[in-house]
Ligand binder design. Structure first.
Ligand SMILES: NC(=O)c1ccc[n+]([C@@H]2O[C@H](COP(=O)([O-])OP(=O)(O)OC[C@H]3O[C@@H](n4cnc5c(N)ncnc54)[C@H](OP(=O)(O)O)[C@@H]3O)[C@@H](O)[C@H]2O)c1
Length: 336
């Protein structure tokens, strides 16, 4: 049984712990929170025994094998780096990093700690329906583009409207629609079509100077993919990938609840399965499998790292195109 430590005590951490326990591969042992009382509350609820409010002690004294990091985006890098320095495996929530420079530095840390593994918790790539779409695409004679939408009103936008700056709508915490829901769409695009040749992002900026919503255009050699992302309004549009006369239709490009294939005769067939009740179950199983047998899963792990690298590069390039900068160093950087 692998031992799990956690950073962040919001609902998403609880969902990951539930998935980890359901997988039968993990046991939560160690909780970090900025507030010891909160760490204890979370630990009691989940039968963990170790609690910390000091990050260095958490890493040096905690008995866990891997940390799951679900803190605000801009903190991921330092917390992941520190974990590697203490020889812990890392599962870091999406987006793994705030920019390319951070990704490269984590790669360097991984080279210095070759026994450690680092996973970006991009849950949808581990789910069956994502792979079903990949398999269907391989059978389609021609792809002519895709329109992928993920727009969900965030209750935290109410706080923005009330004059506050919640983390997810803050430049300081590397927030914004693209960095949040846009990560799912970026994983779809890169996972299904590879890296585009050219990209542009047209953000709708909000008072806090991040993108509340936006449209990204990804140019591939023979087609274009459009991403519609937003946290300041709702969209009920399905998403689709256009073949020649055939089409793949998804109820939602991130949740992938229902996926169907409309063939060239107009026949519609479901190509998906009913998703797991806990959408993080598949990734919890996959991460455990790789940690338990790294040699046996080397190529799978490397393909996830490469996908993560490309997705984070795409997000960075899109932000550059939309003139959204998290710090001065990001300004005037050439696209990489
Ligand atoms: N995969 C998914 O489906 C999914 C869904 C939602 C979110 N996420 C990702 O999970 C991460 C966390 O998102 P969230 O919405 O839960 O973020 P959040 O509520 O802003 O913060 C998460 C946790 O970080 C700690 N924290 C909050 N503000 C902090 C600050 N100023 N300094 C240091 N620590 C702070 C808090 O834990 P303590 O108070 O205990 O220290 C909090 O519970 C993000 O990277 C997000 O993209 C993923």
């Amino acid at each position: 049984m692998l031992k799990l430590g956690i950073i962040g005590t919001n609902w998403i951490t609880q969902q990951f712990i539930d998935a980890a326990h359901e997988s039968g591969e993990w046991q939560l042992t160690t909780v970090y929170s900025r507030h010891l009382a909160r760490a204890r509350e979370f630990a009691t609820l989940n039968h963990a025994t170790e609690t910390f409010d000091d990050l260095d002690q958490f890493y040096s004294q905690g008995s866990f094998d891997a940390v799951y990091i679900a803190s605000p985006n801009s903190l991921h890098f330092e917390q992941a780096k520190l974990a590697l320095a203490h020889e812990k495996h890392v599962i870091v929530e999406k987006p793994a990093v705030a920019n390319q420079a951070e990704f490269e530095q984590l790669d360097e840390c991984l080279r210095q700690h070759p026994d450690c593994l680092l996973f970006e918790a991009a849950r949808q790539i581990h789910e069956v329906n994502f792979k079903r779409i990949q398999a269907q695409l391989a059978k389609m004679p021609r792809i002519q583009g895709a329109t992928l939408t993920y727009m969900k009103y965030s209750s935290r936008y109410d706080a923005v409207l009330a004059g506050e700056e919640p983390n997810i709508f803050s430049l300081k915490f590397a927030g914004g629609a693209l960095q949040d829901l846009g990560v799912y769409l970026a994983y779809d695009a890169v996972g299904w079509f590879g890296m585009p040749d050219e990209v542009a992002y047209y953000p709708t900026l909000i008072r806090t100077k991040v993108d509340g919503k936006g449209v990204a255009v990804l140019r591939y050699p023979s087609f274009t993919v459009t991403l519609n992302v937003g946290k300041t309004s709702n969209s009920f549009l399905p998403s689709e990938i256009n073949g020649l006369r055939d089409t793949i239709v998804m109820d939602n490009a991130a949740e992938l609840g229902q996926v169907s294939y409309h063939d060239d005769q107009g026949t519609v067939q479901s190509i998906g399965v009913k998703p797991d009740k806990n959408p993080m179950l598949a990734e919890a199983r996959d991460f455990a499998a790789v940690i338990n047998d790294p040699a046996g899963h080397r190529s799978e792990y490397q393909s996830w790292r490469q996908l993560s690298r490309n997705v984070n590069k795409l997000l960075f390039n899109l932000r550059q195109s939309g003139h959204i900068y998290f710090n001065d160093a990001e300004r005037n950087q050439p696209d990489k």
